[in-house]
Write a protein that binds this ligand. Structure first.
Ligand code: SF4
Length: 342
């Protein structure tokens, strides 16, 4: 369980071309008083369950460039919960060019275990177009420093930034693979009201990715990161009221990850069925997946199962959710007709 607090663009020296304060700042971004902080944490601990894994997160701005007094105050609010064992640790989000040895030491002395670094791209021209104000070299340095200091390190990436070609995104993915952070978040660029990107979109100088392009790129990135042992903890921005209200254009889907995972399962399932030896026609072909993947495997309104059945009409195709299966894995077995329904 992550108990998140949003710091609406605090610590941002300037505004990135795509950044909507309302969307980045999360729902109900607030002035963080100690009373509000305590009430929120305690409410989550009472109602959230699984408190031994609870973390407190400071998102929505650039933590390490906020006034020192504010950083210390927020970490002091969180300290007693970690020291008392109610919360496991603290995580913060920050820009790569804000990370220094001294600031990392400060974080590790104050219960921070995870640092999420807003990289967005590792191609300098793309970073410049997005008015990020840092370079790909800053990202490499920041990730290496964070890892060297023992932090669990996450990298945020975007695809579809102005001027980014597919090969630029793949180069970014390749560079991040080499840096080996613990986690990544990937999301396609969306156009929000009151941003410089919205102006570029209106004037026709920026054309967003289509949903299909965005899903294809994210899918590729997921596959490569998973293969490299880097956990993809989010694909696409979290669906919030602020997002829906501020969105003007772009490849938005409220369940992008689900759509991508369904498409990937469909391709893998087709491959497994096509590899069945001759003479299996008329048999019962049962896929096994983790319960967490059941809905992605079946697809929206069981569309994947319908497609597979249509492509392989001589088989009786089913799916069984199996606790023993690892998330993301898929197996296929032929079962005798009349075996337990799948
Ligand atoms: S650094 Fe992050 S929060 Fe600050 S303006 Fe850029 S995208 Fe927005």
């Amino acid at each position: 369980m992550i108990i998140s607090f949003f710091l609406r663009n605090r610590g941002c020296r300037h505004r990135c071309i795509f950044c909507s304060e309302r969307v980045t700042g999360g729902e109900g971004a607030q002035d963080l008083t100690e009373d509000f902080f305590r009430e929120t944490v305690e409410k989550h601990l009472r109602t959230g369950g699984g408190k031994k894994d609870a973390e407190i997160a400071f998102y929505g701005g650039n933590f390490l460039e906020m006034e020192d007094s504010l950083q210390s105050r927020l970490l002091r609010f969180a300290g007693p919960y970690v020291a008392g064992g109610q919360v496991r640790s603290v995580r913060v989000a920050t820009r790569p060019d804000s990370i220094t040895e001294e600031r990392l030491r400060f974080l590790s002395e104050n219960h921070v275990e995870t640092i999420e670094i807003g990289a967005q791209s590792l191609v300098d021209a793309v970073l410049e177009n997005a008015r990020r104000g840092h370079t790909a070299g800053d990202v490499r340095k920041a990730v290496r420093l964070s890892l060297a200091h023992g932090f669990r390190t996450g990298v945020h990436l975007m695809t579809g930034l102005p001027g980014e070609r597919e090969e630029d995104f793949l180069r970014t993915v390749g560079e991040v693979e080499k840096l080996r952070p613990h986690t990544v978040r990937v999301h396609p660029v969306l156009v929000f009201r009151n941003t410089a990107l919205a102006e570029a979109f209106r004037s026709g100088t920026y054309v967003p990715l289509s949903l299909e392009e965005a899903a294809g790129r994210c899918s590729l990135a997921m596959e490569r990161f998973e293969r490299a042992g880097i956990s993809v903890i989010r694909v696409g921005l979290q669906e919030t009221e602020a997002l829906k209200e501020e969105l003007i254009a772009g490849p938005h889907h409220p369940a992008l990850r689900h759509v991508i995972e369904s498409a990937r399962f469909l391709e893998r399932a087709k491959g497994l069925l096509a590899d069945l030896p001759p003479g299996t026609e008329g048999g019962k072909a049962v896929f096994r997946v983790s319960p967490a993947d059941g809905s992605s495997f079946r697809g929206v309104r069981k569309e994947n199962l319908k497609i597979l059945q249509k492509l392989f009409p001589l088989l009786n195709i089913g799916v069984r959710e199996d606790e023993a299966m690892k998330r993301g894995s898929l197996s296929l077995a032929l079962e005798a007709p009349g075996s337990e329904d799948a």
